[in-house]
Structures are given as structure tokens and as C-alpha cells.
Design a protein around this ligand. Structure first.
Ligand SMILES: *[C@@H]1O[C@H](CO)[C@@H](O)[C@H](O)[C@H]1NC(C)=O
Ligand SMILES: *[C@@H]1O[C@H](CO)[C@@H](O)[C@H](O)[C@H]1NC(C)=O
Ligand SMILES: *[C@@H]1O[C@H](CO)[C@@H](O)[C@H](O)[C@H]1NC(C)=O
Ligand SMILES: *[C@@H]1O[C@H](CO)[C@@H](O)[C@H](O)[C@H]1NC(C)=O
Ligand SMILES: *[C@@H]1O[C@H](CO)[C@@H](O)[C@H](O)[C@H]1NC(C)=O
Ligand SMILES: *[C@@H]1O[C@H](CO)[C@@H](O)[C@H](O)[C@H]1NC(C)=O
Ligand SMILES: [Fe+2]
Length: 465
């Protein structure tokens, strides 16, 4: 009885009247064993380009960075591209107008590993909403891919994002990516960090970075992946003479950080369709006066909700997490940045790191001051929803130990592998769903209509409530 009363008053004090839900879904035990390197063979053909991945190349979506690796020669250093429907508009000479974008090429060493040639070419001045074909390599090593540019940035532009975190390269990882591809709705991937898990292997076996690049190519060569750095990208290993943070990651995954005035590829922002997306680095300094803090302080006032109604923040380590794994690791960043998230009415904050799924209530915990000790989350219509989608399925397995009882800030949580989809419809409505790997494609393990915090700050109710 005492317990019940305390619980009730706790809930009332916190202004959260509904209890959250912990799904009792018992997932089938899936192997989190890594797929052997041999099962990610390089493509056939002499010096064939491999590990192809693309990402937005500027602030507004008219450029694309194309990255690829060539194993034997550092040539050719360009990507050839043309509009997919060019044939219809072929002019007098009857040929397809092919354009070239030149690459910068890099290599690196990591302990006793030497990388192949890593190329990054930025294709500029693309048309919006247009399908392009692109070609890499030459001779019998030529490979062809395609992508579609986003619509012009604007308030009511529908657009669909896939969301995956902590992917790795296990059978479960493959199931997650296949399941996402089978749904066929995603136009751009928000990838929440922790890529290859090379660092769990002796000497951070960097061949695992290569096999990871081959693994994700079936998605990353055709739709942009927006990259977020995670702890498995740090690759700090002074014991083997590796002192440079993020070395393999920075050589392999280039982002358009300068376009948003950032001084580091680890934090940056882009505008895409009806969204303004901010990428933060959980593993870089973020307290007052640091470059990341100053950049975010300047960036948030630039967000124009008339142009991009949806303000989305991506980071690796969650600020709200009720799993025993990594509990409160995001707390210091929460203390520093949460007041801004509420002030600027961030719609959604996506994180990974915890290998399970969780969706929060709209809560904030910013009223604390030194004389008044209030320090627990309260419902706040200006606060973001925090989503943990760290359930890509990597070698470390599932995080299946939630804190009991479920805290009031936690709306729904489940220890299963899966991916999420965010379908933005217009400036007020976005349909969000989370899909566990074991279910058929149309089935959602969690879903909710999100209402935009700037245009329509109404309270949401999920089908799970
Ligand atoms: C591909 O071309 C290389 C030289 O350019 C040649 O040595 C090799 O035999 C060719 N492979 C195939 C399968 O045709
Ligand atoms: C790097 O060194 C380790 C340990 O000596 C060895 O097992 C591995 O095969 C080496 N790798 C390369 C690429 O030389
Ligand atoms: C990934 O899964 C797909 C579909 O089941 C399968 O065809 C493919 O071989 C798998 N990839 C690897 C590397 O095992
Ligand atoms: C915000 O975007 C709208 C629509 O593009 C534009 O008309 C307006 O001038 C912008 N506001 C600012 C402050 O830039
Ligand atoms: C601390 O918070 C309390 C309650 O919100 C408020 O009355 C008080 O003025 C605050 N003190 C300071 C120094 O801001
Ligand atoms: C926005 O999308 C939602 C969901 O599709 C729809 O119900 C609503 O009418 C749309 N709003 C406008 C102004 O079209
Ligand atoms: Fe992580």
C-alpha cells in the first residue's frame, strides 16, 4: 500500500499520468555472430570499385558525396554520372551527356593494416527530385549505381527516412538491413553510429571496415546515409601506437561539415526536404566554449521552421535511456544541450548505443537550480521525443536488461533487433514506426503519429499507450 501511494504520488508529481509499456515480446534467439570475411567477397573485375556509399554533399541537398575503394590502383579518380531519363532529351549528337566529378584519394595505415585507395567525389549542382545513374571504375571492373536527389527544401515536402543504429556485420545485422530494404519506403538513412565493430577484434582488424563497407553497399550506394560517429568509431589504441581518434572513420566516411559552418566532420547539419537535421558527437567535447558547443549555439537560431518545419537531432549516446546498459552515459550532454532542445522545440532526438529499442514521452528535466532541488523529468510539450534505435544487431548482442520499474519518461521499450521509419507527410504530421526483424514487413512493433512542435504542438498518443 505504501508502495502504491508512493508510486502514485511520484507519477502525479512528475505530471505523467500514464505508465509506459515494456513489451513482453520474446524475441527468437538470433545469432549475433559475425558473418565471416569470406562471405563479403570483393566485386569481380580488375580493380573493381567497392564499398560504395553516398551522403548529402552540401547544406541543401543539391550535392552528393560518392565514396568508394579501389584495391589495386588509385585510378580512376572520378565518377561519371548522368540523368536517368537523359535519353528522352538527347540533343543533336545523339549521345547521353555524361558528366564527371573528380575525387580526392586517401589511404591510411592502422597498426599493420594498410588501406586500399579510398576515393571521395562531390557531385555538385544536381537537379532536385531527379534520378541519376553513376558509374565507377573502368574495363571489366566498371560498376553502375543510381540515386534520386531529394525534392527542393520546403515546408510541406513529404519525405521518408530509415533509421538504423549499431549495425555491425552479423547475421542479425543482415536481417535488419534486408528487412529495411524489403519495406522499400526509405529515401535516406539516418545511421546512428557504431559501424563495423572492427575495434572488438585484435589490433582493431581494419579488414572489418572493408567487409562492413561491402555489406552495406546494397543500401548505401543507392540512398544517402547520414552518418553519426559512435564509440566504435573512436579506434583509440595507444598500446599499438594508434593515437589518432576516429582515424579509419574519418578516412572512409566524408560528410559536408563545412557547409554548415562546422569545423569538424564529427558534428554538422543538413537541410533535406522538410527537415533540418543536426548531427552531434557524443565523443567530442561539448561543454561551454568547446567548438561543438559554440557551433550548436550558432546553428540552432538559424533553423527556419517556415522552410524546414521538422527539427531532428541525431547523436550516438541517448539522453533518456532506461536500460541498465549504458545507463546515464548521455547525462552530461543532456545537462548541457537539453535546455536548447526545449527552447528551439526540437521535434525528435534519435540515438543508438543501447542495443534495444525505446521511445520516451515528451519530457524535459531542465528546471533544476541550486536553491530549488527539482530534478526529475516532467511532461513538456516543447520537449523532443527521444528515440533509442540501437538495435541494428551487432556482435555484442541485445541489451535485454531494463530498469524496473519503468521510469515515467519511458513510453515504450523492447529488447529486439529492428529498424525504424519516419514518414514525414507535411509540416504538421509525421508517421513513425519501429519494425522488429522477426515480423513481416507491414507490421510495426511500435507506431505513433508525431505532431510538429512548431506548427501543431498537440499531445500525441501511441497505439501502444
Ligand atoms: C579483366 O581485365 C584484366 C586486365 O584489364 C584481365 O587481366 C582479366 O583477365 C579480365 N578479367 C575478366 C574476367 O575478363
Ligand atoms: C597483423 O598482426 C597480427 C598479430 O601479429 C597478425 O595476426 C595479422 O595477421 C597481421 N595482419 C597483417 C595484415 O599483417
Ligand atoms: C543477407 O541476407 C540475404 C537475404 O536473406 C541473403 O541473400 C544474403 O546472402 C545475406 N548476406 C550475407 C553476407 O550473408
Ligand atoms: C524562412 O524561410 C521562409 C521560406 O523559405 C522565408 O520566406 C523567410 O524569409 C525565412 N526567414 C528567415 C529569417 O530567413
Ligand atoms: C529556483 O527555482 C525556483 C522554483 O522554480 C524559483 O522560485 C527560484 O527563483 C529559482 N532560483 C533562482 C536563483 O533562479
Ligand atoms: C497533413 O497530413 C496529415 C496526415 O496525412 C493529414 O491528416 C492532414 O490533413 C495534412 N494537413 C494538410 C494541411 O494537408
Ligand atoms: Fe555504441
Amino acid at each position: 500500500m505504501w508502495c502504491l501511494v508512493t508510486l502514485l504520488s511520484f507519477l502525479l508529481l512528475n505530471g505523467v499520468s500514464e505508465a509506459g509499456r515494456t513489451s513482453s515480446y520474446v524475441r527468437e534467439a538470433l545469432p549475433s555472430l559475425e558473418i565471416p570475411k569470406e562471405d563479403f567477397p570483393p566485386p569481380s573485375g580488375y580493380n573493381a570499385p567497392e564499398q560504395v556509399h553516398i551522403t548529402q554533399g552540401d547544406y541543401i541537398g543539391r550535392s552528393m558525396i560518392v565514396s568508394w575503394v579501389t584495391p589495386l590502383e588509385d585510378q580512376p579518380k572520378f565518377v561519371t554520372y548522368w540523368e536517368a531519363n537523359e535519353k528522352k532529351s538527347v540533343e543533336t549528337n545523339g549521345g547521353i551527356k555524361r558528366n564527371r566529378a573528380h575525387a580526392i584519394t586517401t589511404t591510411y595505415r592502422y597498426y599493420n593494416y594498410s588501406s586500399a585507395y579510398i576515393h571521395h567525389a562531390t557531385i555538385k549542382r544536381l537537379k532536385y527530385n531527379t534520378k541519376y545513374i553513376y558509374e565507377l571504375g573502368n574495363g571489366n571492373g566498371t560498376r553502375k549505381f543510381w540515386f534520386t536527389t531529394p525534392p527542393e527544401v520546403g515546408p510541406d515536402v513529404p519525405y521518408t527516412f530509415g533509421i538504423i543504429g549499431d549495425l555491425g556485420q552479423t547475421q542479425a545485422s543482415n536481417q535488419t538491413l534486408e528487412h529495411y530494404l524489403a519495406c522499400g519506403k526509405g529515401q535516406t538513412m539516418l545511421f546512428l553510429g557504431d559501424f563495423s565493430y572492427a575495434d572488438v577484434h585484435p589490433f582493431h582488424d581494419n579488414e572489418k571496415w572493408d567487409t562492413f563497407g561491402r555489406f552495406i553497399e546494397k543500401s548505401s550506394a543507392y540512398e544517402p546515409w547520414i552518418y553519426v560517429p559512435g564509440n566504435h568509431e573512436l579506434d583509440l589504441a595507444p598500446e599499438i601506437g594508434e593515437h589518432t581518434l576516429f582515424k579509419p572513420y574519418k578516412h572512409r566516411y566524408h560528410v559536408p561539415f563545412r557547409a554548415s559552418g562546422s569545423t569538424s566532420p564529427l558534428w554538422y547539419s543538413i537541410k533535406r526536404a522538410s527537415t533540418h537535421i543536426i548531427v552531434l558527437s557524443s565523443y567530442s567535447a561539448f561543454s561551454i566554449y568547446t567548438p561543438q558547443y559554440r557551433w550548436l549555439k550558432d546553428e540552432l537560431p538559424k533553423v527556419n521552421r517556415t522552410e524546414t518545419p521538422w527539427l531532428i537531432v541525431l547523436m550516438h549516446s541517448p539522453m533518456y535511456n532506461s536500460n541498465n546498459y549504458h545507463f546515464m552515459e548521455g547525462e552530461t550532454m543532456r545537462v548541457v544541450f537539453e535546455p536548447w532542445f526545449v527552447k528551439y522545440k526540437v521535434d525528435l532526438v534519435f540515438a543508438g548505443h543501447v542495443h534495444s529499442y525505446e521511445r520516451s514521452e515528451r519530457v524535459s528535466n531542465i528546471q533544476y537550480n541550486i536553491t530549488e532541488g527539482i530534478s526529475s523529468p516532467v511532461k513538456d510539450p516543447s520537449a523532443p521525443v527521444y528515440l533509442t534505435v540501437g538495435d541494428g544487431g551487432n556482435i555484442e548482442g541485445i541489451a535485454d536488461s531494463f530498469i524496473e520499474h519503468q521510469p515515467s519518461y519511458s513510453a515504450f521499450r523492447e529488447a529486439s533487433f529492428g529498424h525504424a521509419l519516419l514518414q514525414i507527410k507535411n509540416r504538421t504530421h509525421a508517421f513513425y514506426s519501429w519494425h522488429r526483424n522477426q515480423d513481416n514487413v507491414p507490421i510495426a512493433g511500435d507506431s505513433i503519429w508525431f505532431y510538429n512542435r512548431y506548427w501543431f504542438p498537440k499531445e500525441e498518443t501511441s497505439s501502444n499507450a
